[in-house]
Write a protein that binds this ligand. Sequence first.
Ligand SMILES: *Cc1c(COP(=O)(O)O)cnc(C)c1O
Length: 427
Amino acid sequence: MSNYKMNTKCVQGGYTPGNGEPRQIPIIQSTTFKYATGEDMGKLFDLEAAGYFYTRLQNPTNDMVAAKICDMEGGTAAMLTSSGQAANFYAIFNIANCGDHVVASSTIYGGTYNLFHVTMRKMGIDFTFVSPDCSEEELNAAFRPNTRAVFGETIANPALTVLDIEKFARAAHAHGVPLVVDNTFATPVNCRPFEWGCDIVTHSTTKYMDGHGAGVGGCIVDSGKFDWLAHKEKFPGLCTPDDSYHGITYAEKFGQGGAFITKCTAQLMRDFGSIQSPQNAFLLNLGLESLHVRMPRHCENALAVAKYLKAHPKISFVTYPGLEGDKYYDLAQKYMPNGTCGVVSFGFKGGRAAAEAFMKHLKLAAIETHVADARTCTLHPASTTHRQMTDRELEAAGISPDLARFSCGIEDGDDLIADMEQALNQV
Ligand SMILES: *Cc1c(COP(=O)(O)O)cnc(C)c1O
């Protein structure tokens, strides 16, 4: 599928049935797989042969869907996870151990911030958060000898900052570590971070990829471009023998294109087990089949909503990277010339109370802890997803107390604006 264009990859990537085989990706709803001899199965356990033996590690349905996303991103290997949280945890923990350090953009999803700042710190991994707008000098100054990765979001949820992928990739590579980018909001339809120097991409497939609010899921894709063996001393997990697999060295046995995902599957999925169910992978694939059709519509509605709000007297600010004049407009034009995402944030001249009143009066847009759904939904981060944060942390994450996050679905844009209009009239 690699030679086809994105629209074709979305529809047909990852699975090409043979004669008489199912047209749609089959759901292999089986925990285990049968073998004629223990020897055959032993080879799989030793990673000497490729194949399936237990769905906690690998399942054919999941692998077909992962292959489609891999193709869309232009990577060499990919795996599905049970959630976006699991994808980001695995992507970092696959290369950072206790005593290591990671540089991350400060404007990242609240759940990821918590994962890094609280939970992974308890595991002995330290994080330095830098503004996505920092200078190259500030960015370089955040590195330490034990830094193992750099992390950011293409378009941050919910701050809607745009990551200067080339700037972050340059700094990461100058320090001999990979850049990991969470590409959830842009999706590969609008941005392919590997084309700009990113090494590993993660997704919460729960969002646009699924697109229907049907299944929580995640994905990790490797570009195959990072030379682990050239930085052996930093990545012993990939470049020295794994005792739990009879001394296999991943970077040698599976090469630059396969080492990262193979280790992540063989060690982390084996030990932590955050597998996506084959049922959910099937549903995810249904979403992927129309992703290229839905994304432009999300973006079209969001731009119309952003323009409407920008001109409204009760609105204090509008943040949408696709809106001319937005702080991130130029970066968005560079990295995502065809569109950004369907999410718009804005604030109220009447402050936090006005934000809450507006939410209450919406009819079409539902209040949900969700974004990137076919149905329009909205959220007040300061009182929900980000309520654990102090005001200073909120500010660093680019979220003010009156900020509303509005995720434009693929309904008629006129109806969305009319709904906002009647709600704003009651604020
Ligand atoms: C939602 C989200 C996540 C977490 O994904 P889940 O599937 O909810 O675990 C991670 N990153 C971004 C950018 C997200 O929007």
